[in-house]
Design a protein around this ligand. Structure first.
Ligand SMILES: [Zn+2]
Length: 230
């Protein structure tokens, strides 16, 4: 949210808390007097210009109307319902309070890990278990960086002053990627399997069996001619 006293804002473009130049927008009419005919200001509509990235934002009073949280991802299709609700709640408030959003997102990550069958109360142990089951080690590394696990981990649901918009966006993306690497991938494999024609699985033959078949081949009896040969 734009702080009108200090004119600072978590810029949705460069994702940094920066000073903004704020302007009221003037109306101009296209009349017989020309384009420059001045018609006063648009009430409550504010144009903000970021001092760092020079991109603009549009506001009606203290509510941002552009960009519309375009930097925040939508929850991925297979995200379990309860986790999706928290994700969307965090999405609503991320620009207003990235710290509160990060707290909600860490809680969502904890819920997701539990949903994936990991019962361990220690989140780091739970993530390592998932890595043992085939999850990319990169997830473990990324979760360390955003302080979901590790020495500097922040408890899920707890507000931490170090969390900024960049951290919150990373947490949104990590949640989506974790769902895609586990639930979505499993669903797709299941779909592929059910779409395949049902064949008997090919069993690997043991060495002894191979020997036997060789012998059988040597002793093979010439098959009786079928009707075609008669
Ligand atoms: Zn900016």
């Amino acid at each position: 949210m734009l702080d009108f006293k200090t004119k600072t804002l978590n810029c949705p473009h460069c994702k940094t808390r920066t000073k903004h130049k704020c302007y009221y927008l003037a109306k101009r009419g296209i009349t017989e007097k020309g384009f420059n005919y001045y018609e006063g200001f648009v009430p409550d509509l504010i144009f903000g210009l970021c001092s760092l990235c020079n991109n603009f934002t549009l506001w009606i009073n203290d509510k941002i109307i552009y960009p519309q949280l375009s930097c925040t991802p939508q929850p991925t299709e297979d995200m379990p319902l309860g986790i999706k609700e928290t994700f969307l709640e965090a999405r609503e408030i991320v620009m207003k309070s990235p710290r509160a959003a990060s707290a909600l997102l860490r809680l969502s990550l904890q819920k997701l890990i539990k949903h994936l069958g990991e019962k361990s109360r220690n989140l780091e142990t739970a993530v390592l278990n998932l890595v043992d089951k085939g999850l990319s080690k990169k997830f473990y590394d990324a979760l360390l960086v955003v302080r979901v696990i590790g020495k500097n981990a922040v408890k899920p649901g707890v507000i931490n002053s170090k969390d900024d918009v960049k951290t919150a966006i990373a947490l949104f993306n990590l949640l989506n990627m974790l769902v895609e690497s586990t639930i979505t991938q499993q669903r797709k494999v299941n779909q592929l399997y059910t779409s395949l024609p049902k064949l008997k699985p090919v069993k690997r033959r043991k060495k002894t069996q191979r020997k036997k078949t060789k012998i059988v081949k040597k002793r093979a009896i010439i098959p009786k001619p079928t009707l075609l040969y008669r």
